[in-house]
Unconditional design. Structure first.
Length: 397
């Protein structure tokens, strides 16, 4: 029996594979510093946990397939007050994490062969979800000199009669760059002129490290772009709720209706206990976000400076999110223990096997000359991990 041809085109999630290997090594008692995870190393706040416990004791029924009405109303209020976008609760769909939100979005807008413009570097799941939903990823390779941001000339070059949508991810995984309002206005005008959808992944919106930089949602920039934008967001990064698996979409009612049908015939409603916890996250004061920001800023400043001091490595200081995107191309061509380094995957493998440091090779992000370090780790581990990376470079090159 032959398996699905489409399913066989989907690449494995290398970030999860590496994390799994590192975790297996740790369970075996091996001292591994893990820089691969995209999960905040802060505990879910107690008031959110308490809401989950209360839900276990008092709520055991399905919610509406699109999510609890109270939660969708709270999300709509958040989008209005924080992002200056007006949605009714019935334009919000609560999903099983941002991945399902993206699956719903692309399933709703793509026909077989439609093209989606994906600026690189990109989160590894974007192209795989596009392919799974019948679309074709079209990559734009941004440059370090442009702070890894896409511009209108690049978009024009990538545009074809089959182009259906553009993905925007700001703050970005893996670069940490943040689009300005003016840059988003230009992208919005391009999308309107060419009748394109925008998928705006805003999962890291609250993790920005300067008061001079603000997060702007592209959907807030006018009625026309509002109608063609699907906002993707969730609770994992900014509320330390990764394991609760709560994401959501916000869109025009027309798009929301289609996405609701998609979800209704896949998973239906999200776990109501997690939804009650998410409701508490939005309706209670969040005392931990400032602490998270301050701690991540310290870690970012340390990693950025240390990497800049290591010969043969280079990196820009991220403006947001919690990743350091590091150029390791000067290491290529060297031979270590009979392994000739040809790409970032070889670098990552050597670091894990020989120096017990787990990093993410960015070939799955579209850039095989880079690795990604996540600073969702203790400062003690970060110091030790960077020391090991420095030893790797200085002892072998």
């Amino acid at each position: 029996m032959e398996l699905s041809k489409k399913a066989k085109t989907i690449n494995p999630a290398i970030t999860l594979a590496l994390t799994s290997k590192a975790m297996d090594m740790i369970k075996e008692g091996i001292d591994v510093i893990n820089f691969s995870s995209g999960e905040i190393d802060f505990e879910t706040p107690d008031y959110i946990k308490k809401a989950g416990i209360d839900a276990i004791e008092n709520f055991s029924t399905y919610s509406h397939s699109d999510g609890l009405k109270e939660l969708r109303e709270a999300i709509a209020k958040k989008l209005k007050t924080e992002n200056n976008i007006k949605y009714n609760y019935d334009q919000i769909i609560v999903c099983h994490g941002a991945k399902q939100a993206l699956n719903n979005a692309f399933f709703a807008i793509l026909n077989e062969g439609d093209e989606v413009i994906i600026p690189a570097p990109y989160w590894a799941s974007y192209p795989e979800i596009v392919k799974k939903c019948g679309g074709k990823p079209v990559f734009i390779y941004t440059q370090k000199e442009d702070l890894f941001k896409v511009n209108i000339d690049m978009l024009k070059e990538a545009l074809t009669p089959k182009t259906k949508a553009i993905i925007i991810n700001s703050p970005n995984n893996p670069t940490g760059m943040v689009y300005t309002e003016d840059e988003l206005k230009n992208i919005a005008e391009f999308a309107i002129e060419n009748d394109l959808f925008i998928i705006s992944d805003e999962l890291y919106e609250k993790l920005i490290y300067s008061n001079k930089i603000k997060h702007t949602s592209i959907a807030s920039l006018g009625k026309e772009i509002y109608e063609r934008t699907i906002v993707i967001n969730g609770f994992s990064k900014c509320y330390a709720m990764a394991g609760w698996r709560i994401g959501y979409t916000a869109s025009s009612k027309k798009i929301a209706n289609v996405m609701a049908n998609v979800q209704n015939h896949t998973t239906s409603s999200v776990n109501v206990i997690a939804q009650r916890a998410a409701l508490a996250a939005l309706t209670s004061k969040n005392p931990v976000l400032e602490d998270i920001l301050n701690e991540f800023k310290k870690r970012r400043d340390y990693i950025s400076q240390r990497i800049s001091d290591i010969p043969m490595l280079s990196s820009l200081r991220p403006k947001g999110a919690f990743y350091q995107f590091i150029d390791v191309s000067k290491l290529f061509g060297a031979t270590i223990d009979d392994v000739t380094i040809k790409d970032s995957e070889d670098v990552a493998r050597l670091l894990l096997d020989k120096y017990r440091v787990c990093v993410v090779p960015c070939n799955m992000f579209g850039y095989d000359k880079y690795i990604r370090l996540s600073f969702t780790n203790s400062m003690q581990n970060i110091v030790e991990g960077v020391n090991r990376i420095e030893q790797f470079v200085k002892h072998n090159f």
